[in-house]
Design a protein around this ligand. Structure first.
Ligand SMILES: Cc1ncc(COP(=O)(O)O)c(C=O)c1O
Length: 367
């Protein structure tokens, strides 16, 4: 009957826990979408997002909507029907990129990778060879479905050698891993606020390079999705601040505070915390006889994918007990990995030694 559920300790694939300071910001009185003080807040917020993305791109905004809105925005603005695009798929979210690109009418060339392993740059090189004009190459930086980090630089280089744009999904990596948009040669990237950035779900930070904007300016057809049209959004965020939609100001307050917290912690310290917490968790899991799922050397520090122990006959019941008896959320497998792996998230404010001890103790009790 509309009762707000009890608080949880969020150690799943997202959302992650949010600090009281961010929650307090979320609960402030809303102000208007054209209030001059809102644009002052946005200036600082966008500057911090650029720092986090590792980019100088002027067009770096907190897009309204979750990570999927960011994914869709990048593809609908950069692709036109009939374009050829090359997409790396080594997990669930790579598959989503393909789905959206197809809906936009693109000819999609899939570069398949085994789930749980990276896609080697050679696989992209092979796919690109012999293709004519390619509009863009896209892949997922941190595959949340498998816990694997795919290095981006080589793939970006191959895309550029082919005169194509390079788009990367940074929904899970942003705020927990260096993403280095400019250095890696990423032309457009999108993320979400609810994972390592440390705010509730609801916004998708996105960034687009000058090369990406050139493609947008030279489109022959209008962007088919009005709400996600970058040119219209730019009219609100920059210059004249023309009304586009009523932006979710309270989410901007929360994101602004989360980014301030990140800058106060320091990027290096934050990345080191994610690495250290993940290492301690994996060590404890190994002591419980639980094996990692993802390829060694490329494991994500914020998403720990593990094989479900063979002794477990009902994995859903185990997760349910963790939730109901201990208030702990961990994730199950997605797509083909359903029933095969668990995914323990150590993201943002959830990445603490305390949570590692709690989840290890709870797992020991339940197993
Ligand atoms: C890698 C990746 N891409 C895209 C998404 C979609 O984001 P959202 O669920 O916020 O729409 C997610 C969400 O888990 C993700 O992990």
């Amino acid at each position: 009957m509309g009762t707000i559920p009890s608080p949880r300790i969020l150690l799943g694939p997202g959302p992650s826990s949010v600090t009281p300071r961010v929650l307090e910001a979320l609960g402030r009185a809303p102000i208007g979408y054209l209030d001059p003080e809102l644009f002052t807040l946005l200036d600082g917020l966008r500057a911090n997002l650029r720092t986090l993305f590792g980019t100088q791109n002027p067009f770096t905004i907190p897009l309204t909507g979750t990570g999927m809105a960011g994914m869709e925005a990048c593809l609908v603005n950069l692709i036109e029907a009939g374009d050829t695009v090359v997409i790396g798929v080594n997990g669930f979210f790579g598959g989503r990129l393909v789905e959206i690109a197809k809906r936009v009418g693109a000819e999609v060339v899939r570069v398949e990778g085994e789930w749980g392993r990276i896609i080697e740059p050679e696989a992209f090189a092979k796919a690109l060879k012999g293709l004519g004009k390619v509009k863009l190459v896209a892949t997922v930086h941190a595959e949340t479905s498998t816990g694997v980090r795919t290095p981006l630089e080589e793939i970006a280089k191959l895309a550029h050698e082919h005169d194509a744009l390079f788009v990367a999904d940074m929904v899970t990596s942003l705020g927990g891993l260096p993403v280095d948009v400019d250095r890696a040669g990423v032309d457009a990237a999108y993320s979400g606020t609810q994972k390592c950035v440390g705010a509730p779900p609801g916004l998708s930070p996105i960034t687009a390079s000058a090369r990406a904007w050139e493609v947008v300016q030279n489109r022959k057809t209008p962007v088919p999705n009005w709400y996600l049209d970058w040119k219209l959004l730019q009219g609100y965020y920059d210059g004249a601040h023309v009304y586009h939609h009523t932006v979710p100001v309270n989410m901007f307050f929360a994101l602004s505070e989360a980014l301030t917290e990140i800058m106060e912690e320091g990027l290096e310290a934050r990345f080191a915390r994610h690495r250290a917490v993940s290492e301690r968790l994996m060590l404890g899991l190994t002591e419980l006889g639980i094996r990692p799922f993802s390829q060694e050397g490329y494991r994500l520090p914020m998403l720990n994918a593990i094989h479900i122990p063979e002794s477990v006959t009902d994995e859903v019941a185990v997760r349910k007990r963790l939730l109901m008896e201990f208030g702990l959320e961990i994730g199950g497998g997605l797509g083909d990995l359903k029933g095969k792996i668990w995914r323990i998230g150590t993201m943002g404010a959830s990445a603490t030694d305390r949570n590692v001890l709690l989840v290890l103790a709870a797992l020991r009790a339940v197993l």
